[in-house]
Design a protein. Sequence first.
Lengths: 353, 200
Amino acid sequence: MEAQALQVLQFLSGFFGPLWPLVYTLLKIVGIVLPLLLCVAYLTLAERKVIGAIQVRLGPNVVGPWGLLQPIADGLKLVCKEIIVPSQASKGIYFVGPALAFATALAAWAVVPFSEGWVLANIDAGVLYILAITSVGIYSIIIAGWASNSKYPFFAAMRSAAQMVSYEIAMGFALVCVLMVSASLNLSEIVHAQGKGMFADMGIGILSWNWLSLLPMFMVFLISGIAETNRAPFDVVEGESEIVAGHMVEYSGMAFALFFLGEYSAMILVSIMTSIFFLGGWLSPVGFLPHSFVWLAAKTAFVLFLFLWFRATFPRYRYDQIMRLGWKVFVPLCMFWVLVVGIWMMSPLNIWK
Amino acid sequence: MDFKTATFYFLSTILVLAGLRVITARNPVHAVLFLVLAFFTASGLWLLLQAEFLAITLVMVYVGAVMVLFLFVVMMLDINIERLRQGFWSYLPLGAAIGLLMAAEMGVVLGGRYFWPETMPDPVAPPVGYSNTKELGRLLFTDYVYPFELASVVLLVAIIAAVMLTLRRRIDKKHQNPSEQIAVKRNDRLRIIAMPTEKE
């Protein structure tokens, strides 16, 4: 089987000649993006089903068996709808917004390691790359809010930019702790660092992952991740009861769909990042089972379920409370914890050697 | 022309055009967006110089944080372009003099590389496994630790000054104290009274 696959690859590389590295990379990108878009589509279904179950409803169940074709139907509807441009909108920038939202949400996936060696670009500064790309994503929201030339999108853009910039700081500090204990900015190295330690040697790897040793930072990262993706209970950006539907009010059809796809793939990205930084990535929780991609998928699905669960459970935060949580609770807590981890690492009790 | 040179010219062209548009764009928001593009392209050029850590930090700090706030300020301002353009010719000599001075200074610093390349040392190829993120961190926290700490103190002073300048304590301001709110007991808010059942 492997020999056959190798033969096919050799034939293809001969066929494309000097262009082969480009074609091969493009094939790998398609290999990441297509499953991702499928995940996004079915995440919307999962969201409606899970929230339905929590609220003792059925959720979508008409289109296809158990409602399984619902995302396809939704997608088709959005593609077929007319794209309406407000007459006073700033035309060029109006369309840059959704494109940027989708592009940055996909670009971040380039450095995500799915399993041992399964990574498109294994760069040394992977963590920084993710932070940089996600911070560029803020522009999509601001640009959309401004270019629509309408009050509600502009309010949403203001709220969103303030919220995302604030929570990025807490997120960055939580990551500083992870970087300190794993001594690397490379995402694969961070996963490898979690496979070492006393508990991993005893065969219960689940206890040597960062979530236990950095528990407060795990909580901060998870909550900041929810705020960063503008999900409930931090979704003041698109608070329906206050400002209609946020920065995408003036968008319709596929332009709206691009925002939607970007938002959900950002959710999946934050979940997979939580799994990689704190839940051991593709490492198996127990010694007698092999490490594999399946574990990463399961952990990501679990974190995504938490996102949906929180949305169904908590009422929306008030805006000043969001700012207070970010600046007055998380940032000082993170700074303190950086100090604690630093002292811990310098003391004889250091567990990350 | 190899791929690297082609990329360099491609990025440089975008950078120069974006820089020009920053000062020629009529709409201030467009100007800021062109400045963002200029930063982004500059970070691409740094990547070509194999300074990947600095390149990504440039995007993260300037594009991701500083320019977002900048864009906000510009969006909120009610800028009257016509009034800003007044007095262009009277300011031109001073502006041109400062611009020329800056160009001359840059020329002095960078000129050696172009006019007397034989006096400049060849860049040494980094060894295998060289990580400039690590190297930068090592330099910052060993050889340059005092300047680094000094810079952080200067920044701290700037932060405190900015906060103090904008902080206004109003006596009539209404605000909530979250820790008091959380500490509230049932007895503070609720009074249970015994009431005999009323009969018809």
